[in-house]
Design a protein around this ligand. Structure first.
Ligand code: ADP
Ligand code: ASP
Ligand code: MG
Length: 426
């Protein structure tokens, strides 16, 4: 007997029929003798609907009230799933985040989980009940409902698994695992049997929305055995077969891992670029520009400074698109006058495309293959950033799909053994 956490995303919970399927699958695991905790998302489209409704009333809604509204989607889901389980004579109980409680900080809309009380859930499990806990939401120290940011149910599930010391956390979604890139963009993308935690962390942080980045961080911190798999298989398939399907996140490389240099291509359309033209090239200028931006609580991702000509240079950086206007405002109001310089130019029509792989550590030539591939497609690279296991480029967003497809092909990701072969010569 094991303690298992299942997470079901919006599509998996998308209709009464799908919820019945989820209940059938959970009942199967329960009947096999496992203690079961289930963390569902809101039904597909529901969170978007709730946020749009709030914005109909007030275009710039108060963040506390917005969380109060957007958290309700998950509350409906847990109740419906409990009903579906009970209809199968499976004892079940549903809880909202505050009832567990899932304690978070007070950053409405992007709250961080601080702790989860395991006592109540353990008591229900000991009594043989399936426990259903809302994804995406928690409660702050003052009792206010908070939400964890879009895609946050993944994080709820892995955090619940960590708090309960679960044997495994299974993330059921509308694809059958983690692919070399989003299979909706590249149909030839290939599912990985396993992915290292480090690679998954990079893929998630660089835009692969199959897992929210914080869920991967939790999995790493608490060594939660986490697997991504399909909720769309028949719910009555053999349990052992299901348990071994999908993609497992591993904490150590082993000899059964595929020896790919690049394991995946990630992309992100959520950023915008800002350039300050002809700023003086002297000590302290980067701080003068980015200090006020940081003070305004705006995260900066990539930064680039050109070589100076006549003591003047261009300085560019990227921010999340949601914070683009705010960042421009800060620069106009606080920076331009203090450092002088020319125009401030903004460009929201960019995207970031990244190649990720731990094999990069021991291979040279990955960057040159990436740059050659983009140049052969006539795609101009605006910014570059690298780490030990990733290379990211900023390009014009209209080229995103072309770039992702070309890089996926160039790195041989669609063939089982191609990844090693295709970059062997570089
Ligand atoms: P859920 O509602 O189950 O949380 P999401 O829509 O948040 O599902 O995440 C699953 C989606 O992530 C897939 O439908 C797929 O389009 C997208 N995706 C992006 N990158 C990848 C990848 N590398 N592997 C698999 N899916 C990916
Ligand atoms: N329902 C939330 C969202 O749409 C959380 C999630 O699906 O993970 O973002
Ligand atoms: Mg998701």
């Amino acid at each position: 007997m094991a303690l298992i956490v299942h997470k079901y995303g919006g599509t998996s919970m998308g209709s009464a029929e799908r919820i019945r399927n989820v209940s059938e699958r959970v009942a199967k695991w329960h009947a096999a003798g496992h203690q079961m905790v289930v963390v569902p998302s809101a039904m597909a489209g529901e969170t978007n609907r709730l946020i749009a409704l709030a914005k109909e009333i007030e275009p710039d809604p108060d963040s506390r009230e917005l969380d109060m509204i957007s958290a309700t989607g998950e509350q409906v889901s847990v109740g419906l799933l409990a009903l579906a389980l009970k209809a199968r004579d499976v004892p079940a109980v549903s809880y909202a985040g505050w009832q567990v409680p899932v304690r978070t900080d007070s950053s409405f809309g992007k709250a961080r989980i601080l702790s989860i009380d395991a006592e109540r859930v353990h008591a229900d499990l000991a009594a043989g009940r399936v426990v259903i806990v809302t994804g995406f939401q928690g409660v702050d120290p003052d009792g206010h409902v908070t939400t964890l940011g879009r895609g946050g149910s993944d994080t709820s599930a892995v955090a619940v698994a960590a708090a309960l010391k679960a044997d495994e956390c299974l993330i059921y979604t509308d694809v059958d695992g983690v692919y070399t890139t989003d299979p909706r963009i590249v149909p030839e993308a290939r599912r990985m049997e396993k992915i290292t935690f480090e690679e998954m962390l990079e893929m998630a942080s660089l835009g692969s929305k199959v897992l929210q980045i914080r869920s991967v961080e939790f999995a790493g911190k608490y060594k939660v055995k986490t697997r991504v798999l399909s909720s769309l298989t028949p719910p009555d398939i053999d349990l052992a077969l299901e348990a071994a399907s999908g993609t497992l996140i591993t904490f150590e490389e082993d000899e059964t891992m595929e020896k790919a240099v690049i394991s995946g291509i990630a992309f992100n359309r959520d950023e915008a670029k800002i350039t300050l033209m002809r700023v003086p090239d002297r000590p302290g200028v980067a701080f003068q520009i980015l200090g006020p931006v940081a003070d305004a609580n705006i995260d900066v991702d990539m930064i680039i400074q050109n070589q100076s000509v006549d003591g003047m240079t261009d300085f560019s950086f990227t921010v999340h698109r949601n914070e683009y206007q705010k960042a421009l405002g800060v620069l106009e109001a606080q920076v331009r006058s203090s450092i002088g310089g020319g125009e401030i130019v903004g460009d929201p029509k960019i995207c970031k495309v990244s190649a990720v792989g731990i094999g990069m550590r021991s291979h040279v030539g990955i960057a040159s293959l990436m740059f050659r591939t983009l140049s052969e497609e006539g795609i101009n690279i605006q910014m570059i950033s690298t780490s030990e296991i990733k290379i990211s480029v900023v390009i014009e967003d209209k080229y995103m799909e072309l770039a992702v497809r070309a890089l996926h092909k160039a790195f041989g990701l669609e063939h089982r053994s191609g990844a090693t072969e295709s970059v062997a010569g570089v």
